[in-house]
Design a protein around this ligand. Structure first.
Ligand SMILES: [Mn+2]
Length: 324
């Protein structure tokens, strides 16, 4: 594909390359960033490559952000990974760079880079980095394969989601063969959790409300987060564990976020389209996996009502036939 060559040419051209991802980075954001960094360093040892933005303590083994000299920005290339909109770019402003590339798998929101490689049929940004590497002279490394495998596995929930395609398996298989990656070793650091998280998961399971339309939700106030010694992000980190419940077709947890003085909502679905429902509230994401930040629990109630409506509509359109 032409786009791979165009990206490769830009990478080849610049001495200093900065890599950014989205705010609140997940394993795919971090894995694709640190993976691409190692691949570029391996291909062009003389280049300086920096990953900017915040890190996540649980995933520090993928890499830690670099100290950067901002005076270099105006003569350098910025590559933004896993980020569909400008306001979610972590730590840097693309307009301050000489040249910019976006590589993303989210549904298109806005153009903010000179060159944009968007494939919303790809499972993850990590998959797109694998694809770019395979189709150019970029050279894969063992460290990169560890980062990219982790990112892809996290975004696909271990190859569970629709975004997992034959291409996903081919790219992963080729990469594992090439680097001899012991991928089973990577699951323990990804999935090991403190007991308090599991106890909190038990609390959610025991206390969530399920509507007649199959929407499960829970509003989680500060007191509960304090009692279980977890933070606003914990419910969101556990949300994928609530798939495959017979009575539930979509589910959302809304946690009080003291630090940002708002309510953080994570929503998942196995049918109803949810990102569109969240758009009026400033939220978004993928069709079946999305998030929103609400100013208070009154707005959360409205969001819950709208999500429940989406479930009702989905049930009416899709589940009648099978019930007859
Ligand atoms: Mn991603």
């Amino acid at each position: 594909m032409r786009i791979y060559r165009q990206i490769y040419k830009k990478i080849k051209k610049y001495d200093h390359i900065f890599i950014a991802h989205h705010i609140g980075p997940d394993p795919d954001a971090l894995g694709s960033s640190f993976g691409l960094k190692d691949i570029i360093k391996n291909t062009f040892p003389k280049k300086n490559v920096y990953v900017v933005g915040s890190s996540a303590s649980k995933f520090r083994y993928l890499g830690v952000p670099d100290h950067v000299d901002e005076t270099l920005f105006s003569s350098s290339l910025l590559i933004v990974l896993d980020t569909p909109d400008l306001k979610r770019v972590d730590g840097v402003s693309p307009s301050g760079f000489k040249d910019t590339i976006k590589i993303d798998h989210h549904p298109f929101i806005e153009k903010f880079c000179n060159l944009e490689y968007i494939d919303d049929t790809a499972s993850s940004a990590s998959q797109l980095v694998m694809e770019l590497t395979k189709h150019t002279r970029l050279k894969m490394t063992k460290i990169a394969s560890m980062c990219l495998f982790t990112g892809l596995v996290a975004d696909t929930e271990r190859f569970l989601y629709d975004y997992t395609t034959p291409k996903t398996f081919e790219l992963v298989a080729d990469m594992i063969k090439e680097t001899n990656l012991k991928f089973t070793d990577l699951y323990l650091p990804m999935y090991l959790r403190p007991l308090k998280d599991i106890r909190f998961k038990g609390y959610i399971m025991a206390n969530m409300t399920i509507t007649d339309n199959g929407f499960a939700y829970l509003k989680i106030p500060d007191e509960i987060l304090t009692e279980y010694d977890v933070d606003a992000a914990t419910a969101g980190n556990l949300i994928n564990d609530f798939n495959y419940i017979n009575e539930v077709i979509a589910w959302g947890f809304f946690s009080s976020d003291k630090v940002n003085n708002n309510i953080r909502g994570s929503i998942r679905s196995r049918g109803p389209i949810i990102n569109e429902v969240l758009t009026p509230y400033g939220g978004g994401g993928h069709a079946l996996a999305a998030g929103v930040k609400a100013p208070n629990f009154e707005i959360v109630d409205e969001i819950i009502k709208d999500l429940d409506k989406a479930c009702a509509k989905y049930k009416e359109e899709n589940m009648k036939v099978s019930e007859e």
